[in-house]
Design a protein around this ligand. Structure first.
Ligand code: ADP
Ligand code: MG
Length: 430
């Protein structure tokens, strides 16, 4: 054949490249498509399942179930997708809905939450008029992200804790809290999915952060810092602190000369590879739940704090720290009515400490949030002390932007409070 002219050559190469590119692009598209289809299928199957269960005539809640079902049919659902952009905020508040469990299904409880879009959910609140006519009050809430009950830990991680990993490589202190009622899935999210009694520590937020930390260590941008990674794991139970990496040894919390709160004697293990972190997570998690009658009873009444710390080689100075916190379940006073005095005091203590935490988050913008949090949990008997910790004018002086940040945080806090209230109300009616 005659020699090709340069333009022909170019054309054929361009075509080959084009084929190659479109091949790869097509593969990615197909993966994304099958993923989306899978999730859609799961959602459809679930909808059918729910319908069958809820529409049983002997279900005392069937009228509400039917109303919710009809309302859902009228909605245009556009849930979060894998490829959606991750927005980075100073504070991010996200909600994860867990699937209805077997016990709830047996009790014919109604699923009153619809996740409509990636940042909106609807609470269907069952109501009754004076003439006993039943109706729904549908309340919409907006968050930074809302994860529906088909989302897995990896997806939740990608939109929440993952963007914070690089923060600690750049001298920052990052904190991620799991907040919610007992049984809502905090430990499942933070520690990893349960398969029976076994927990897969690799796919919890702790494990996923650890994997990304080790990945970033060798990133060209950070490799020259020669970071040493270490980890600690402790538990706050009432006013007591226990080291989960040292057989639950009791620790004291003191303020040092620089007014920094220190957990004295806390074990900090240097970790050379990610497998070591998984081992520590497993060890601490078992320590947290062992020796208790019910796997969930005592551990859900304490806050667990897992920390990953970066130091530059040869330095004692903390260069970055990620604190991952599985909070104690926030309890409704009404649920504890029949419990003994100790349990009720514990419940009140937990709620008080969670309120202190909210105050701390409001005051975000100041450094050392976690230190402040630990300090207030342990040292403060009086909520007024907590509120008075940070004088408003001091905050204003420090940074004008903080006002705006505070307003935004306050708005988010109000959103959470009203959602909680709604959930409580709807539980009362269902
Ligand atoms: P918490 O720590 O908030 O008290 P857990 O994480 O222990 O709650 O979860 C309670 C139960 O619900 C566990 O058996 C867990 O496996 C299950 N669970 C929680 N979230 C999910 C989810 N998103 N998908 C499937 N099961 C879940
Ligand atoms: Mg738990």
């Amino acid at each position: 054949s005659p020699p090709k002219s340069p333009s022909q050559k170019n054309r054929s190469r361009t075509k080959r490249e084009y084929d190659y590119k479109s091949d790869a692009a097509r593969k990615v598209e197909m993966i994304a498509k099958s993923r989306d289809e899978r999730r859609q299928r799961q959602a459809d199957e679930k909808a059918i399942r729910n319908q069958i269960i809820h529409l049983e005539q002997n279900n005392p809640n069937w009228e509400f179930a039917q109303m919710i079902h009809e309302f859902r049919n009228s909605l245009d659902f556009r849930p979060l997708r894998d490829g959606d952009p991750v927005i980075e905020n100073q504070i991010s508040v996200c909600v994860r809905k867990r699937p209805i469990n077997d016990k709830e299904r047996r009790r014919k409880e109604v699923d009153v939450i619809s996740v409509r879009t990636k940042n909106q959910l609807i609470v269907h609140e069952p109501k009754q008029k004076v003439d006993l006519t039943k109706y729904l009050e549908n309340q919409q809430f907006r968050f930074d992200y809302v994860f529906d009950d088909t989302c897995e830990n990896e997806l939740v991680y990608r939109f929440t804790a993952k963007p914070l990993v690089k923060t600690i490589f750049e001298g920052g202190m990052a904190t991620c809290f799991a907040y919610g009622q007992t049984g809502s899935g905090k430990t499942h999210t933070m520690g990893g999915e349960f398969k029976g009694k076994q927990q897969n520590f690799k796919n919890g937020i702790y494990g996923l952060v650890a994997q990304d930390v080790f990945r970033l260590l060798s990133h060209p941008k950070y490799i020259k810092n020669n970071y040493i990674v270490s980890a600690s794991f402790f538990e706050i139970y009432g006013k007591l602190v226990f080291d989960l990496l040292a057989k639950k040894q009791r620790l004291r919390v003191l303020e040092d000369g620089k007014q920094q709160v220190q957990v004295v004697g806390l074990t900090e293990r240097v970790v050379a590879k990610v497998e070591h972190v998984f081992e520590l997570i497993q060890k601490g998690s078992l320590e947290r739940t062992s020796g208790q009658t019910s796997a969930n009873s005592n551990s859900s009444r304490s806050h667990a704090v897992f920390q990953i710390i970066l130091r530059k080689s040869g330095s004692r100075h903390v260069a970055g720290k990620f604190s991952l916190i599985d909070l104690a379940g926030n309890e409704r006073g009404a649920d504890n009515n029949k419990s003994n005095r100790q349990t009720r005091i514990e419940g009140a203590d937990i709620n008080k400490s969670l309120l202190a935490l909210k105050e701390c988050i409001r005051a975000l913008g100041r450094k050392g949030l976690i230190c402040l949090f630990v300090k207030e949990l342990i040292a403060s008997d009086n909520l007024d002390d907590v509120q008075n910790t940070i004088p408003e004018d001091e905050i204003a002086e420090e940074n004008m932007d903080i006002d705006e940040e505070l307003a935004r945080a306050e708005e988010k806090r109000l959103q959470i409070s009203s959602l909680e209230w709604e959930l409580r109300e709807s539980q009362r009616h269902v």
